[in-house]
Design a protein around this ligand. Structure first.
Ligand SMILES: Cc1cc2nc3c(=O)[nH]c(=O)nc-3n(C[C@H](O)[C@H](O)[C@H](O)COP(=O)(O)OP(=O)(O)OC[C@H]3O[C@@H](n4cnc5c(N)ncnc54)[C@H](O)[C@@H]3O)c2cc1C
Ligand SMILES: NC(=O)c1ccc[n+]([C@@H]2O[C@H](COP(=O)([O-])OP(=O)(O)OC[C@H]3O[C@@H](n4cnc5c(N)ncnc54)[C@H](OP(=O)(O)O)[C@@H]3O)[C@@H](O)[C@H]2O)c1
Length: 282
C-alpha cells in the first residue's frame, strides 16, 4: 500500500479529478457571493488542524490539473472563525481566477498548509490608533483584523480606509463593517472603536480621491474630526498595488514612521494586494 498517496486522498465527500498534491488541504466551498463583475467573496470549510494569525495569507488553488496553479490569498476572516473567508478579484484570463470565479457551494478548493504575512498585530509596536489603508482587494487582510478582539485590546481606535475606482467596488467593505458592528464577539468594541472611511476615485461619491491625496491634504482628518498622523501614538498597515504601497509608505516615512516586520515590530507594515503583470506568485 502506498501510504504517501493515501495520505493525500481528499477527505470523504470531497470530489477531485486529480490527486491532491502533498502538503495541501482539500476543502469545500460553503457559500459564494458576487459583488461586481470583477469581485466576489467565498467561504469554505476550515481544516480542523489549520492555525493562522489574523491578517496572514495562504496559497489557494483548484483541483483542475495534475499541478494546479496556486495564488496568494489573504484570509479575510479572523483566526477564531469556524470557516475560512476569501475576497477575490476576477481576472478575465487569469490562470486561477478565470476558474475560481465559477466556484459553487460544494466545490473543492485547495489550500497549502502554511500561512504567513506581515499584516499582523505582532509586527506593530503598541499604540493608540491603528490606521488600515487599503485599495481594491487589499481590504481582505483588514476584514480579518477588524473582527479579531486582539485588535481592540491593542488599540483604542481603528480607522480602516478603503479606496476603489467605482462605488460598487466598496460593497464588500460596507457589508463587512455592518457585520462587524453586529458581531456578538467584537460588535460592542467595534461600534465604539472602528471607523470605516470609504473613498472612490473615478465616480462621484461622498468622499473622492486617492488615500495619498486625502492624507496629504488633511481631508481625512477633518472629515473624521481626528488629529493628524503622529508616529508617537499611531500605527499603520498598508495593503494595495505596488504604486499605492510605495506612495503611502513615502508619506509615512516623511512623517517619521518606521517600517516594522515580524522580526522587528515598529510603526507600520505593508503587503502587496497582488503581483504586478510581469511577476507571478505561483
Ligand atoms: C500577499 C498577496 C496576497 C494576495 N491576496 C489576495 C486576495 O486576498 N484577493 C485577491 O483577489 N487577490 C489576492 N492576491 C492576488 C492573487 O495572488 C492573484 O494574483 C489573483 O487571484 C489573480 O490570480 P490569476 O491567476 O487569475 O491571475 P494573475 O496571473 O495572478 O494576475 C494577473 C494580473 O491581474 C492583476 N491582478 C491580480 N490580482 C489582483 C487583485 N487582487 N486586484 C487587482 N488586480 C489584480 C495583476 O495586474 C496581475 O498581474 C494576493 C497577492 C499577494 C502577493
Ligand atoms: N477595477 C477596474 O475597474 C479595472 C479596470 C480595468 C483594468 N483594471 C486593472 O486591474 C488591476 C487592478 O485594478 P484595481 O482597480 O483593483 O486596482 P488599482 O488600479 O490599484 O486601483 C484601486 C484604487 O487604488 C487607487 N490607486 C492607484 N494607484 C495609487 C497610488 N499610487 N496611490 C494611492 N492610490 C492609488 C486607484 O485610484 P485611481 O483611480 O486614481 O488610479 C483606485 O481607486 C490594474 O492592473 C488595472 O489596470 C481594473
Amino acid at each position: 500500500m502506498n501510504l504517501e498517496t493515501n495520505a493525500n486522498l481528499p477527505p470523504a465527500g470531497v470530489q477531485t479529478d486529480f490527486p491532491v498534491p502533498p502538503g495541501v488541504y482539500a476543502e469545500t466551498a460553503v457559500s459564494v457571493r458576487h459583488y461586481t463583475e470583477k469581485l466576489f467573496m467565498f467561504r469554505m470549510t476550515r481544516p480542523p488542524a489549520f492555525r493562522f494569525r489574523s491578517g496572514e495569507f495562504v496559497m489557494i488553488g483548484l483541483p483542475n490539473a495534475e499541478k494546479p496553479v496556486f495564488r496568494a490569498y489573504s484570509i479575510a476572516c479572523p483566526n477564531w472563525d469556524e470557516e475560512l473567508e476569501f475576497y477575490s478579484i476576477k481576472v478575465p484570463d487569469g490562470p486561477l481566477t478565470q476558474h475560481l470565479q465559477n466556484l459553487q457551494p460544494g466545490d473543492t478548493v485547495l489550500m497549502r498548509r502554511k500561512s504567513t504575512g506581515t499584516l499582523v498585530n505582532d509586527a506593530l509596536l503598541s499604540g493608540r490608533r491603528l490606521f488600515l489603508f487599503s485599495t481594491g482587494t487589499g481590504i481582505a487582510p483588514f476584514a480579518s483584523l477588524v473582527r479579531d478582539p486582539e485588535t481592540y485590546e491593542k488599540f483604542e481606535s481603528v480607522i480602516m480606509t478603503h479606496t476603489c475606482r467605482e462605488v460598487a467596488e466598496l460593497g464588500y467593505g460596507i457589508d463587512l463593517t455592518r457585520q462587524t458592528y453586529d458581531d456578538p464577539l467584537v460588535g460592542e468594541e467595534a461600534r465604539e472603536c472602528l471607523t470605516h472611511y470609504p473613498t472612490v476615485t473615478r465616480e462621484p461619491f461622498r468622499v473622492t480621491g486617492r488615500i495619498t491625496h486625502l492624507l496629504e491634504s488633511g481631508k481625512i482628518f477633518r472629515d473624521l474630526g481626528i488629529e493628524t498622523l503622529d508616529p508617537e501614538k499611531d500605527r499603520c498597515m498598508i495593503c494595495g498595488s505596488m504604486d499605492m504601497l510605495h506612495d503611502t509608505k513615502d508619506i509615512l516615512l516623511q512623517r517619521g514612521f518606521k517600517e516594522g516586520s515580524n522580526r522587528e515590530p515598529a510603526d507600520f507594515v505593508i503587503e502587496r494586494a497582488f503581483a504586478d503583470n510581469d511577476e507571478g506568485n505561483t
